[in-house]
Design a protein around this ligand. Structure first.
Ligand code: ATP
Length: 639
């Protein structure tokens, strides 16, 4: 036989090399998952064929009973997983079995190989998929022919998993894909029928596709061997070894917890177990089944907004598409699951989905399910809910802006750090806060800062601490923006303590008010002089009612932009109006008391500028001109 002219050798993409390297050298436990991954791919291939055959009559080629066959050859030491699904063209083989499509993978792998080398759960986060074959095999052959292509257009792909693969044309009668694993010497247990059957039972009962294995006729084993040697043609008999019904079509009471968990792993490509799920069959005006899961752990690329999200969509049991994002808003992008609708047309496309009213109804229903699943969890499994909040809280908060019809529900699901415990643990709900409110208190108070320490030590909290009023402390990146959308909860208004006039509602005493008014009158010269000096930097200078220990603070004027928001916008390259705060001084503070309208102008200015910069610093941790600040400070220290 002459060398095939069309045989080509290629290198794996760098990330694939890294992944293979990690997998081969660090996945010691749970090696059997390779079979789950390969069966899972074969099932997806069958789904894709059924879908494409809707518009291509010839794709079934008189072979419409889709199935997976698993055969073990002890003499050759090979395990073959064969399907008659969609198959792959040469181009698809090149693309699918040589690269990793997900962006961010390179960085992730790098971080992984440095630190948590042996944490197989982390490796699993992005679904090792096909490459898991190399956990047990030292050579993998893929023989595949795409539906609709000629027998001689089939492709053979071979690799030992060490950086390279070869690809060449092949003549293949049957449609679909055969994966032939040449098992490593120490992995030969995966040739044992009982072992294979137990793995399939564990991982693949929920797959709608039948998985077949050769019938074992324990009594005649020896005889069969003899017959083979005599060159007689023995046609092996196959039998189905999994349940082979799509999980979501079964009744809830017939499904074991473990089956739900395995199904989650199948559709999400997450190695971790799900946190909770909700399985619902709805009949009536709209008919659909939904099975929605919440994960335990955030994927490494949770913040990648381009990452595919959404549910697997089926129409009347026929797979239509992965990642149908029309059924869930962006802030619920952590949800995974299946939606099987009886009302959408089989030829539905992403474009049709976009404008269909059925989509909107289904979307509302899915959102409602997810939110009530979370409410239930928050109520009955507090610890689990806390885990969810820690992983996904800042994503859920996006919903305040994105989904105003569910804002109240989302607000109820939020958890905050607060002055009640004074730790950065976010575990206080708005309901809990309201329950603890003082009888005369009518507002929910909160403070947003760049980080928890700045929030906790803010001078704005002094009056609230003194009066024993709880304040929620927020310091996530999106808080300033998200809280802008949350103005009330139930019948209570939310109030940022750094914004506007101090407003303690019923907690304010007449005496306090009068004291401030009196002090303002008495110090009008001083206030005027400060205003003149600070000029454009401030909107106003006032005697403060909110300070106890600090000499001064800055307050964002009501409706005006906070210093933080202005900074965030600038950092994002957006035009931001100059944020002009109100400068409030504590007239009882020693440093303010010593200020005197008659002191030499330069000294007065140094003091006022210093107090102002201090206040800005405590508010947002940054100054426009830090060196002017230090020079001034040094000048005053020298005196
Ligand atoms: N048996 C198969 N038949 C047809 N195509 C397949 C088969 N196995 C794999 N593929 C193709 O190769 C691609 C890569 O497979 P791989 O398992 O690595 O990733 P995936 O299935 O997309 O996701 P995951 O990495 O989470 O498993 C698949 O998306 C599919 O297009």
């Amino acid at each position: 036989m002459s060398e095939t002219v069309n045989k080509e050798t290629h290198s794996f993409q760098t990330e694939v090399k890294q992944l293979l390297n990690l997998m081969i050298h660090s996945l010691y436990s749970n090696k059997e998952i390779f079979l789950r991954e390969l069966i899972s791919n074969a099932a997806d291939a069958a789904d894709k064929l059924r879908f494409e055959a809707l518009s291509h009559d010839n794709y079934f080629e008189n072979d419409s009973e889709l199935k997976i066959r698993i055969t073990a050859d002890k003499e050759e030491g090979t395990l073959t997983i064969a399907d008659n699904g969609i198959g792959m063209s040469r181009e698809e083989v090149m693309k699918n079995l040589g690269t990793i499509a997900r962006s961010g993978t390179a960085e992730f792998l790098e971080a992984l190989s440095k630190e948590q080398k042996s944490d197989s759960n982390l490796i699993g986060q992005f679904g090792v998929g096909f490459y898991s074959a190399f956990i047990v095999a030292d050579k993998v052959e893929v023989r595949t022919r795409r539906a609709g292509e000629q027998t001689e257009e089939a492709v053979s792909w071979i690799s030992a998993g060490e950086g390279e693969f070869t690809i060449e044309p092949l003549d293949k009668e049957s449609r679909g894909t055969e994966i032939i694993l040449h098992l490593k010497e120490e992995e030969k247990e995966f040739l044992e029928p009982w072992r294979l059957r137990s793995i399939i039972g564990k991982y693949s009962d929920h797959i709608s596709l039948p998985v077949e294995m050769e019938k074992v006729d324990t009594g005649n084993m020896g005889q069969e061997e003899e017959e083979k040697e005599e060159d007689e043609v023995v046609v092996p008999e196959f039998e189905v070894v999994n349940k082979a019904t799509a999980l979501w079509t079964r009744g809830k009471s017939d499904i074991e917890e473990d089956e739900y968990k395995e199904f989650y792993k199948h559709i999400s490509h997450d190695f971790n177990e799900p946190l909770v799920w909700s399985h619902n069959k709805v009949e009536g005006k709209q008919e659909y089944t939904s099975l929605l899961y919440l994960p335990k752990k955030a994927p490494f690329d949770l913040w990648n907004r381009e990452k595919p999200r959404g549910v697997k969509l089926y129409v009347q049991r026929v797979f239509i598409m992965d990642d149908a994002e029309q059924f869930l808003p962006v802030y619920l992008r952590m949800v995974r699951g299946v939606l099987d609708s009886n009302d959408l047309p089989l030829n539905v496309s992403r474009e049709i989905l976009q404008d269909s009213s059925a989509t909107q109804t289904l979307r509302n229903a899915c959102v409602k399910r997810v939110l009530s699943m979370l409410e239930k969890l928050a109520k009955s499994q507090k610890e689990d809910y806390q885990g969810f909040w820690d992983e996904f809280g800042s994503v859920l908060k996006e919903g305040l802006a994105e989904d105003h019809s569910n804002r109240e529900k989302i607000a109820g699901l939020m958890r905050f750090a607060s002055t009640h415990e004074n730790t950065d643990v976010q575990n206080v709900s708005l309901n809990e806060y309201v329950e603890r409110m003082k009888p005369e208190q009518d507002k929910i108070y909160y403070l947003v800062a760049d980080n928890f320490a700045t929030a906790k030590n803010s001078p704005h909290l002094e009056i609230y601490r003194k009066k024993g009023i709880e304040v929620l402390l927020l310091s996530d990146r999106i808080d300033e923006w998200a809280m802008g959308y949350l103005t009330e909860f139930g019948d209570k208004k939310l109030q940022a303590v750094t914004h506007g006039e101090l407003d303690l509602g019923g907690l304010e005493s007449e005496e306090d008010k009068q004291a401030v008014e009196k002090a303002t009158e008495e110090n009008s010269d001083l206030i005027e002089k400060m205003k003149t000096f600070l000029g454009e930097k401030v909107e106003d200078v006032k005697i403060s009612a909110r300070l106890d220990e600090s000499p001064a603070c800055v307050v964002s004027s009501d409706g005006g932009m906070s210093l933080q928001m202005a900074r965030m916008l600038k950092a994002a390259g957006q035009p931001a109006p100059e944020a002009k705060p109100v400068f409030e001084i504590n007239i009882d503070h020693q440093l303010v008391k010593q200020l005197d309208a008659d002191m030499p102008q330069e000294v007065f200015e140094d003091w006022v500028a210093l107090l102002f910069d201090q206040a800005v610093l405590a508010d947002s941790g940054q100054l426009e001109d830090p060196s002017a600040f230090t020079q001034r400070l040094n000048r005053l220290l020298m005196k």
